[in-house]
Design a protein around this ligand. Structure first.
Ligand SMILES: [Zn+2]
Length: 199
């Protein structure tokens, strides 16, 4: 039997990526082999640069190439409103819509007991500190409208219950099951405009 250690190693590494099973990883590895050296090189370079230069903002957890992201540094933003999302990619999508003018807070995931993700693994404590430090008046919960996202929203609502602030949840114009990453600008606008009071 032919042993192609280097090929198998590449398949193994690729299959560590989310949503990539062994079959897809094999297809990708084959595709990489067919690509030009130059294209593979720029792919590898871009991954290296990503790891070297891009980090998570020390304040809000979204992506930045500095210690603090441009949203957190922007004094022109509404610093009394924080939109809480699950992942940094959600910030990119909401930010690209150009509609929202407040700050963000990235939890780094959502509460998912079945996947072993418990509240202590997410940045709730940091959020509470920011709410206090910034004198926040509204927290908009923009976790995804699925079971784990709702569980996380409920947990957040209870966590913030003693604070004298507005707690709102984005509307699902955004139909249930439609994740933020698949939403267009109009849906994001509607979801923010029609947000509902949680207390
Ligand atoms: Zn930030």
């Amino acid at each position: 039997m032919i042993k192609l250690a280097d090929f198998e190693r590449c398949v193994f590494e690729l299959s560590k990526l989310p949503g990539i099973g062994k079959k897809t990883a094999t297809r990708l590895a084959l595709h990489l082999l067919k690509m030009t050296n130059k294209d593979v090189e720029s792919l590898v370079n871009s991954i290296n640069k990503l790891k070297t230069n891009i980090k998570f903002c020390k304040e809000c957890g979204s992506l930045t190439d500095k210690d603090i992201c441009y949203v957190c540094l922007d004094e022109g933003r509404d610093r009394k409103t924080i939109c809480v999302v699950e992942e940094a990619k959600d910030v990119i999508i909401i930010e690209n819509s150009g509609i929202y003018k407040g700050l963000y807070h990235v939890l780094g995931g959502r509460i998912a007991p079945l996947d072993g993700i418990t509240p202590d693994m997410l940045s709730f404590e940091k959020l509470l500190n920011r709410v206090g430090d910034l004198g926040v008046t509204e927290v908009i919960i923009a976790t995804n409208p699925d079971v784990d996202g709702e569980t996380t929203a409920y947990y957040l609502k209870k966590l913030l219950a003693d604070y004298d602030i507005r707690i709102t949840r984005i509307a699902s114009g955004l139909a249930v099951g439609t994740h933020i990453e698949y939403s267009d600008e109009f849906a994001i606008l509607k979801a923010l405009e029609n947000r509902v009071e949680l207390k």
